[in-house]
Design a protein around this ligand. Structure first.
Ligand SMILES: C[S@@+](CC[C@H](N)C(=O)[O-])C[C@H]1O[C@@H](n2cnc3c(N)ncnc32)[C@H](O)[C@@H]1O
Length: 456
């Protein structure tokens, strides 16, 4: 078919788009559509918008308007110069003010620029401008196309990606911000019901509810057979500036037990000069009881034989002075046992009702570690108390579905239900056995806490 030449075939400010794509990927600064749910191979929004516009605009479309439509804070040349300046500063270790303006994906689109694009596209294609992404994945291309106001179609065959597409690309345009407020209200109700059922499994420390529990995986020491912790880093707090705090392990070799106390790194009274050595590094362990190395194959064999355990060694409390760490109290430890018993009581029914997963972790996977470390089922990725939270959340949300649909109507109700399902996924991301304690995420106000619910 003979078709007109389009802009992307003629010219594209690729280097400047690259600069904005890097800025878009900055840690903690990613666009909101990337945060709701994980999807792989998501394209940056700036590149997606450039691809959409470049494919429908004529080759002679004004370059300066194109750059404005991409959301650039300056010209391509200015963007590249600013990035080079930053790279130079990074290389020389000098501190400079950020020379960049607003990130492209955040910039508000100006209606006169969008109208110009629509006029030009219409001239070229008459009324047939439709953007189709036949393999839409996480939806960067359809999202940008819809933001520009083009008729947009997205196709995808993976159910997870379809769910992400619906929630992040379809809902915002269909329901607007009213959906956010409603989803928040129902989310608060879900949290209230969940907290009511779960609070007995999370005893407060005085008047302070725990913010987080830190566990170590343990295996039997090859020589003594006492369970010894595998801890790659004993830091509890590792701020960029300020005092570091660690858990310091102690052992009672006679009774085969270990425990920690909390100390600061420094030169003051009671402080220690450096963190205790890790008891786990790149697959190998070190026994606290003998100081001998533990072979990686021993650790894997013990894990696959169901002999790897978890031991709580610190509780983080969120106070007005920031995070305070304490060793677990007998109540903390007892609560874990009570939760285990409660899960045992509910488990068979929950498995039958598909409330918690029964599926095997895939045999062919890009990450074999769950199987290698004794977690052949998806459910094995959670401790008993975490699984109890998982099941309680699912059970409560499924129970609320009828109420939500009745109160909000079918269409909006289903959208709210869908978003709350995504919130459970987020909860699971931060409450499973594979989570690591991020000691550099401090002070307390930057520590991630999911839905203000119980950290398990
Ligand atoms: C690289 S990702 C897509 C990235 C996306 N276009 C974007 O701009 O962010 C490829 C997607 O194509 C989907 N896919 C692969 N084969 C497909 C098919 N035959 N039909 C529909 N989707 C397919 C995959 O599930 C995956 O989500």
């Amino acid at each position: 078919m003979k078709r007109p030449r389009v802009l992307i075939e003629e010219w594209l400010p690729a280097a400047a788009i690259g600069v904005e794509c890097i800025r878009e990927r900055s840690t903690g600064q990613q666009p909101p559509d990337k945060r709701l749910h994980v999807w792989w191979a998501r394209r940056p929004l700036t590149a997606s918008r450039a691809a959409v516009l470049g494919s429908v605009l004529p080759a002679d479309f004004p370059k300066e308007v194109f750059e404005k439509l991409l959301g650039f804070w300056g010209t391509s040349k200015q963007l590249i110069a600013a990035e080079e300046y930053l790279n130079y500063a990074r290389a020389t270790g000098s501190k400079v003010r950020n020379p960049h303006g607003i990130r492209a994906f955040r910039a508000t689109l100006r209606s006169e620029h969008v109208e110009k694009a629509h006029e030009a596209a219409k001239k070229l294609w008459r009324d047939h401008v439709t953007i189709i992404d036949p393999m839409a994945g996480g939806g960067s291309i359809p999202l940008e196309s819809a933001r520009l106001g083009f008729k947009t179609l997205a196709n995808e065959y993976n159910p997870v990606a379809c769910s992400v597409l619906e929630a992040t690309v379809d809902y915002p345009f269909r329901f607007g911000s009213a959906l956010v407020a409603k989803a928040r209200l129902w989310g608060a109700e879900l949290r209230r019901r969940f907290n009511k059922r779960m609070e007995k499994f999370y005893p407060p420390h005085g008047i302070i509810p725990p913010h987080c529990y830190i566990f170590a995986r343990t295996v039997p020491c090859p020589d003594t057979k006492h369970h010894t912790p595998l801890v790659p880093d004993w830091h509890l707090l590792k701020p960029k500036s300020g005092t570091r705090q660690v858990a310091r392990p102690h052992v009672d070799k006679k009774h085969g037990t270990w425990w920690v106390d909390m100390v600061k790194i420094g030169r003051g009274a009671g402080q220690i000069s450096e963190a205790p050595p890790p008891s786990y590094d790149r697959g190998k362990g070190i026994s606290l009881f003998t100081n001998h190395q533990i072979d990686p194959d021993w650790i894997k064999a013990k894990a696959q034989n169901g002999e790897m355990r978890s031991a709580m060694y610190a509780v983080a409390l969120k106070t007005t002075q920031g995070l305070v760490f304490q060793p677990p109290t007998p109540d903390d430890l007892e609560a874990v046992t009570v939760a285990e018993r409660e899960l045992d009581r509910l488990r068979a029914g929950w498995e039958k009702a598909n409330v918690i997963p029964t599926e095997l972790y895939p045999k062919v996977s890009s990450d074999e570690r769950p199987r290698t470390y004794g977690m052949p089922h998806w459910a094995d990725l959670f401790s008993s108390r975490q699984l109890l939270c998982f099941g309680t959340l699912v059970e409560n949300l499924v129970g609320m579905r009828g109420e939500i649909l009745q109160s909000e109507g079918h269409e909006v109700g289903e959208a709210i239900y869908h978003l709350l399902c995504c919130s459970i996924d987020k909860f699971l991301d931060y409450n499973n056995l594979l989570c690591t304690w991020e000691s550099h995420y401090c002070p307390a106000n930057t520590i991630r806490q999911v839905a203000n619910s119980f950290p398990c």
